[in-house]
Ligand binder design. Structure first.
Ligand code: NAP
Length: 311
């Protein structure tokens, strides 16, 4: 039987795009499946300033376009489709997608992670009406208005700094008494005159008449609850790995896929890379590195399957 592709990569974020490029340069016939535009979470970064080799900040959108173009230049086929099922057969995988079924010798899963929700009253109802999970996308709608940012990690700090360029009243609400974010980012938030940080504070409810008008905040130390008038609430409280395609693979306690350092899962020929993988530091550059390793491992595996292994 003829196998359609040497390698199918699912998810075109930093990990998937890098894996595709490395795989194509290793002469593999590759299909890169993505349901949205290529780029993944990089697409929503306003100014990417920590990717090596870019001393001037670059927009996440342009960065994503460049990565995709580089992969396509090396012969990668991109398919805009939703992957629905991965099935391991004897010596190959069958992948079902919204645009047809394909066979492949190996699969790299680089499906990333999706933002978490608070689950408080008003969050769902006012989503898109002032409740947002993307400052770059929605911040400009609330220029010069008061905005609340929820969370204490890198994302919350990064996005609060972005929003502080649009308005001088950004209130960051974090449930603990210090930030989890990298110190450099946390310090920039604490020193920013347009940002007021409220530690030991949680958000209990978001209210408003068909648009966000208030956030109900609660102090964890005193128990006091009060209303904060605001035009928007931006929520950055971490993310959920996209692992629906592989329910049986081993995960860590937070649900991320466990691999070895070659990005191999317990299923031969199936690899995971980037934000979907259990990793200590989720960064574009880390995801790119993991994508490169996964492609290298997959390439060796495919060579062995085809009886073309070196040495
Ligand atoms: P994160 O590091 O997991 O931080 C999530 C934050 O949200 C934590 O401060 C957490 O509080 C808080 N939180 C979680 N659940 C909450 C809830 N139900 N109510 C209130 N607060 C809640 O997630 P992230 O900031 O999205 O970052 C994810 C990954 O992307 C990280 O590895 C990060 O380094 C990376 N990233 C990097 C950059 C950059 O380098 N510029 C930018 C964005 C993201 P606790 O502190 O109490 O746990």
């Amino acid at each position: 039987m003829e196998i359609d592709k040497d390698l199918i990569i699912i998810g075109a974020g930093s990990a998937g795009l890098t894996a595709a490029q490395y795989g194509a340069r290793a002469n593999l016939k590759i299909m890169l499946i993505e349901e949205m535009a290529p780029g993944g979470q990089a697409l929503i970064i306003d100014e990417l300033e920590n990717y090596p080799g870019f001393p001037e900040p670059i927009s996440g959108y342009e960065f994503s376009e460049r990565m995709h173009k580089q992969a396509v230049n090396f012969g990668v086929e991109t398919k805009t489709a939703t992957a629905k099922k991965i099935e391991k057969k004897d010596g190959y995988f069958a992948i079902e997608t919204s645009k047809g079924a394909f066979t492949t010798y190996a699969v790299i899963l680089s499906t990333g992670a999706k933002h978490s929700e608070l689950g408080i009253p008003g969050e769902k109802e006012l989503s898109g009406k002032g409740v947002s999970y993307c400052a770059t996308c929605d911040g400009p709608f609330f220029r010069n208005k008061k905005m609340v940012v929820v969370g204490g990690g890198d994302a919350a700090c990064d996005e609060a700094i972005f929003l502080a360029n649009l308005a001088d009243k950004i209130v960051v609400v974090h449930r603990r008494d210090q930030f989890r974010a990298q110190k450099s980012l946390a310090d920039r938030v604490l020193k920013n005159r347009n940002i007021e940080v409220r530690f030991n504070t949680v958000i209990k409810e978001i209210t408003g008449d068909n648009k966000v008008q208030r956030a109900v905040l609660g102090k964890t130390d005193t128990g006091e609850t009060y209303e904060e008038e605001c035009a928007a609430v931006f929520i950055f409280i971490g993310s959920i790995p996209q692992t629906d395609l592989v329910p049986d693979l081993e995960k860590d306690e937070a649900g991320y896929i466990v691999t070895n350092q070659r990005m191999e899962t317990a299923t031969p020929g199936l690899y995971a890379a980037g934000d979907v993988r259990s990793t200590p530091f989720r960064q574009l550059v880390v995801a790119a590195g993991e994508g490169a390793i996964a492609a290298h491992s997959a390439s060796q595996y495919i060579d062995e399957l085809k009886g073309q292994a070196y040495g």
